[in-house]
Design a protein. Structure first.
Length: 317
């Protein structure tokens, strides 16, 4: 496969997953902003969402205040923000247009129809667009794209590049969503283990669509230790860091069958996965949740850099 084709497919996977995550971030912000803090009233959680999104610098160049209306505009509609839902879906569609012969008609139709629906949403009055409608639409549209990929794409290196992008992006995004809750939303360590703390964790589980799965796996009380284990270390949770990284390693191994030798990307991803498998939730808290998540996000970025160098730089045929 040409490296340019592989790059387009890889970034389709990443952009579709990133669009969904931006929508989920907005949903987390809206849900948690409605939870009262008895000690200091209703807090502004939107700045926390902005920090976790990784696009705060661009936001502050355009807006003065991190209120919901501004975050909606910047994280959903703003084309100057490369990580907004609109930008991600547009770029996914453009990448798909370039490599249409590598995609089934069903995948192209799902991406193209989503883009046309997005343009229709942009023409509507903002007063007619509640945030719940935007986030629900994004989840449904990205789920449809992934569904057509699963049910119609041939299992070849093109499919594995699509999935590799999706799995790496989801690993990064789950870590960021966890960091929103643990590092920036909780007002004080004094709240750890309180009803306010647990209510925020339950809200995060619902926003990630894994609340029921969590109850199946652990049952009983929602607490930080169980949720950290579920979203970081549980190999059965399809949004956990371990599951995403294991899937990315599997994708890289399958891709490598068509090329010669083991790559740096495989080595880096494998090392990060091995570290996760050896980790216990107590070790995470001993290091510090924020510090652990930051280190993991850096590791994912390093794997991405290796993938770019090994497969997407034009040095492979």
């Amino acid at each position: 496969m040409l490296s340019r084709t592989a790059e387009n497919l890889y970034w389709i996977g990443r952009y579709v997953e990133r669009a969904e995550t931006m929508a989920r971030l907005l949903e987390v912000g809206e849900r948690i902003s409605l939870v009262p803090n008895a000690a200091s009233g209703y807090r502004n959680e939107w700045e926390s969402i902005l920090q976790a999104s990784g696009v705060a610098d661009g936001f502050w160049r355009k807006y003065d205040t991190p209120v919901q209306r501004n975050l909606e505009s910047y994280l959903f509609f703003d084309r100057s923000n490369a990580s907004s839902v609109a930008s991600c879906l547009e770029r996914a569609r453009e990448n798909a247009r370039v490599v249409r012969t590598a995609l089934t008609v069903q995948v192209w139709d799902a991406l193209n129809t989503g883009f046309q629906e997005l343009r229709a949403l942009e023409r509507e009055a903002r007063s007619d667009l509640p945030l719940s409608r935007l986030t629900d639409w994004t989840r449904q549209r990205t789920a449809l794209v992934r569904g057509t990929i699963e049910t119609s794409q041939l299992r070849n290196d093109g499919y594995f590049f699509l999935k590799l992008g999706e799995h790496l992006e989801r690993a990064d995004n789950t870590a960021r969503l966890l960091d929103v809750k643990y590092h920036v939303l909780l007002p004080s360590v004094d709240y750890v283990g309180t009803g306010f703390d647990n209510a925020q964790w339950a809200t995060l589980l619902r926003a990630l669509s894994v609340h029921r799965s969590f109850n199946w796996a652990y049952g009983g009380e929602v607490n930080v230790s169980k949720i950290a284990d579920f979203l970081i270390l549980n190999p059965a949770c399809p949004r956990s860091l371990r599951w995403c990284l294991q899937s990315a390693v599997d994708d890289l191994d399958r891709i490598a069958h068509g090329y010669d030798g083991t790559t740096a990307a495989q080595n880096r991803a494998g090392t990060t996965l091995t570290d996760l498998k050896k980790t216990h939730v107590d070790n995470i808290f001993a290091e510090g949740m924020h510090e652990f998540l930051t280190r993991f996000i850096d590791s994912v970025a390093n794997v991405n850099s290796s993938i770019q160098a090994d497969y997407l730089s034009g040095n492979t045929g």
